[in-house]
Design a protein. Structure first.
Length: 94
């Protein structure tokens, strides 16, 4: 059972076109607008489903590499600033 009410402003031309279409289809304005909204939402869900599937595929591929890099230097992060400065110094010296 429908119990929620929603209203919005449309141009007179849009309202007339919607009324004409509802009349042509033998539906009330409420039925037409509800059907339009449901179809639009379904189309968005369907379009986004492909995007979601693509995201899952990319994440699965990326997850194969996560945690796989082993440098063997547990203090590397603590020395990062000094290491970067050293590399930059070598570049500038060239």
């Amino acid at each position: 059972m429908k119990s929620a009410v929603y209203s919005w402003r449309v141009s007179p031309d849009t309202k007339a076109a919607l009324e004409d279409e509802a009349r042509r289809l033998g539906e009330s304005m409420s039925e037409l607008l509800d059907r339009i909204a449901v179809e639009w939402l379904d189309a968005r869900r369907h379009r986004n489903a492909g995007t979601d599937a693509e995201q899952l595929r990319m994440r699965a591929g990326a997850s194969k590499a996560i945690g796989k890099i082993a440098g063997g230097d547990g203090d590397r992060a603590a020395r990062a600033r000094a290491t970067v400065r050293e590399h930059l110094g070598h570049r500038r010296a060239r």
